[in-house]
Write a protein that binds this ligand. Structure first.
Ligand code: GUN
Ligand code: FE
Length: 429
C-alpha cells in the first residue's frame, strides 16, 4: 500500500551514530520500499497515499536475530549445566519429536509469530534433521510474512541413534529443500545449509556441504568454539587438524555467506582464517552465560574488522527478545572490562548494541542493501514502538534525548512496547 507514516524516526547509521527525527515522515511505496524520509510534511507531495499518524511513537527498523533454533522454543529457560549435558538430556530428545508432522506444525507457526511480536523481522533459524519439519517451517515463515533464512540441521555422527542421518541422504534432502525454497517470494525466504557443528558432522559431510553451497550459491550456518569441552572433543575427533576453524576451512565451508555462532575460544590464526574467508560471526551473549560456556571477547574480534551480528540462540538463550540480547551484549562487555583492567576494552554502548541488532545483523547476512535501517530504497521492515509505556513517571525531560530513549528501550523494553510490525511495508503484527 502507498502510505505515509508519521512519528519519531530512529535508525542506525554506524556503531556510534544514530539517525533521529523527533518528528518525521516515512513514505512507503506499493511494493513496500522506502521512497523518502523527511522532517518536512510530505503529504502534499504524495497526495493519494494513506496517512498514519503515530504521534510520538518511535518508528525504527525491525530487529535481526541471526541465530536461533526453532524446535527449542518450548525449552526456553530450562537450564542444565553445560552444553553437552543440555544437548543430550534436554535438546536431542525434544528435537526428535519433530519427526512427527503435527508436532512440527504446532511449533513452527507459533515460533515465527512470536519472533515478529518481539520485533524480529529477519531471522536465521535452525530446524531439526527432519526434511518435512523443515519444509513445514518454511511454509509457516511464508505465511507469517517474516524475512527468514532457514535450514535443516545436518548430523551424521556422535549423536543418539535416532538423530543420526545417512550422509548422502542428508545432502540430498538439503539439496531438494534448496531447490524448493531458496529465494522464495523475491528472496524473502532463503535456504541456509546447517551442519550442526563439526562434532556431529563427518568430514565428508562437511565437504559435501561446501560443494552444495558453491553450486547453489547458498548460505551456511554452524557453531564454532562455543565451549572448552567441545574443543577437547574436536581435538579427539579431528586430530589431524591444527585447530577447530581449520576443519571448516579445509572442508570449504567458510565464505562471506557463512555465519558461525559463538566463537568464544579462537586463537590468532583462527581469527585470521575467518577474516580471510569473510566469515561472519553471530554473538550470542545470553546463551554463552546460560550454558556456562564462557564470554566472547567481543571487542577483540570487532577490532580486527570481523562482521558481527547478534543471535538469541534460543533456547541456549532464554529469550526471543532482541531487547534482551542487546542488554546482555552490553552488560557482558562491561564484565570483560572489569576482569581485564589492563586491556582497556571499550564496552558496547547502547548505540552499538542497536546497530548490532539491526544494520550489523543485516551486514552479517549480506542483506544490508535491503534491510537493517530506514533509508531510501530499502525495504520497509520496521516497528512502531510505544516507548512511553516505559515512562512511568511521565517525566519527558529525561526522555527528551535520543540516547536516553534508546537506553530505556534496550534495558526496560520487551514485546509489550512493540505495537505494530511491518515487513516490506505489509503489517504482520
Ligand atoms: N552446539 C551444537 N548444537 C547446539 C545447539 O543446539 N545450541 C547451542 N547453543 N550450541 C550448540
Ligand atoms: Fe545455537
Amino acid at each position: 500500500m502507498n502510505s505515509i507514516f508519521k512519528g519519531k524516526i530512529l535508525s542506525p547509521i554506524s556503531k556510534s551514530k544514530i539517525f533521529f527525527l523527533n518528528l518525521g515522515y516515512l513514505v512507503i511505496s506499493e511494493k513496500g520500499k522506502i521512497l523518502e524520509i523527511s522532517k518536512n510534511n510530505l503529504r502534499n507531495k504524495y497526495k493519494n497515499f494513506l496517512f498514519f499518524d503515530f504521534f510520538d511513537k518511535i518508528l525504527c527498523p525491525g530487529f535481526i536475530d541471526i541465530h536461533n533454533h526453532l524446535p527449542q522454543l518450548p525449552l526456553i529457560g530450562i537450564s542444565s549445566s553445560t552444553l553437552f549435558t543440555w544437548l543430550n538430556r534436554i535438546v536431542f530428545p525434544y528435537e526428535e519429536k519433530f519427526g512427527y508432522k503435527e508436532f512440527a506444525q504446532k511449533y513452527s507457526g507459533i515460533f515465527f509469530h512470536k519472533l515478529l511480536k518481539n520485533g524480529t523481522t529477519t531471522t536465521s533459524t535452525y530446524v531439526t534433521i527432519h526434511k518435512e519439519a523443515t519444509d513445514i517451517a518454511f511454509k509457516s515463515a511464508k505465511e507469517s510474512g517474516i524475512r527468514a533464512f532457514i535450514g535443516k540441521v545436518m548430523m551424521d555422527r556422535e549423536v543418539p541413534e535416532n538423530m543420526l542421518e545417512n550422509t548422502q541422504r542428508s545432502l540430498q534432502d538439503s539439496k531438494e529443500l534448496i531447490e524448493k525454497w531458496d529465494g522464495y517470494d523475491e528472496g524473502r525466504l532463503r535456504y541456509v545449509l546447517t551442519p550442526r557443528f563439526a562434532v556431529s558432522c563427518s568430514f565428508p559431510m562437511l565437504k559435501g556441504i561446501g560443494e552444495l553451497a558453491k553450486k547453489y550459491n547458498v548460505y551456511i550456518q554452524s557453531h564454532l568454539a562455543e565451549s572448552k569441552s567441545e574443543i577437547e572433543l574436536i581435538q579427539k575427533l579431528y586430530p589431524e587438524f591444527e585447530n577447530y576453524t581449520e576443519i571448516y576451512y579445509r572442508a570449504g565451508i567458510l565464505s562471506e555467506k557463512t555465519i558461525m555462532a559463538h566463537c568464544i575460544y579462537l586463537d590468532k590464526k583462527e581469527i585470521k582464517t575467518l577474516q580471510n574467508t569473510g566469515t561472519k560471526i553471530s554473538h550470542c551473549p545470553t546463551a554463552n552465560r546460560f550454558l556456562s560456556s564462557g564470554i566472547m571477547p567481543y571487542r577483540k574480534l570487532e577490532e580486527t574488522g570481523l562482521t558481527i551480528g547478534l543471535g538469541t540462540d534460543v533456547a541456549g538463550g532464554y529469550s526471543l527478545s532482541m531487547f534482551n540480547e542487546m542488554k546482555e551484549a552490553i552488560e557482558t562487555s562491561k564484565t570483560i572490562n572489569f576482569m581485564n583492567p589492563k586491556e582497556q576494552y571499550k564496552p558496547i554502548t547502547v548505540e552499538e548494541a542497536f546497530y548490532l541488532a539491526t544494520l550489523g545483523g543485516a551486514t552479517a547476512l549480506s542483506i544490508e542493501n535491503e534491510t537493517g535501517s530506514l533509508e531510501k530504497g530499502k525495504s520497509a521492515d520496521f516497528l512502531v514502538v510505544d516507548y512511553q509505556k516505559l515512562n512511568d513517571f511521565k517525566d519527558n525531560d529525561i526522555l527528551s534525548e535520543v540516547k536516553n530513549i534508546l537506553s530505556k528501550m534496550i534495558y526496560c523494553g520487551d514485546e509489550r512496547i512493540i505495537e505494530q510490525v511491518y515487513v516490506r511495508g505489509k503489517r504482520v503484527v
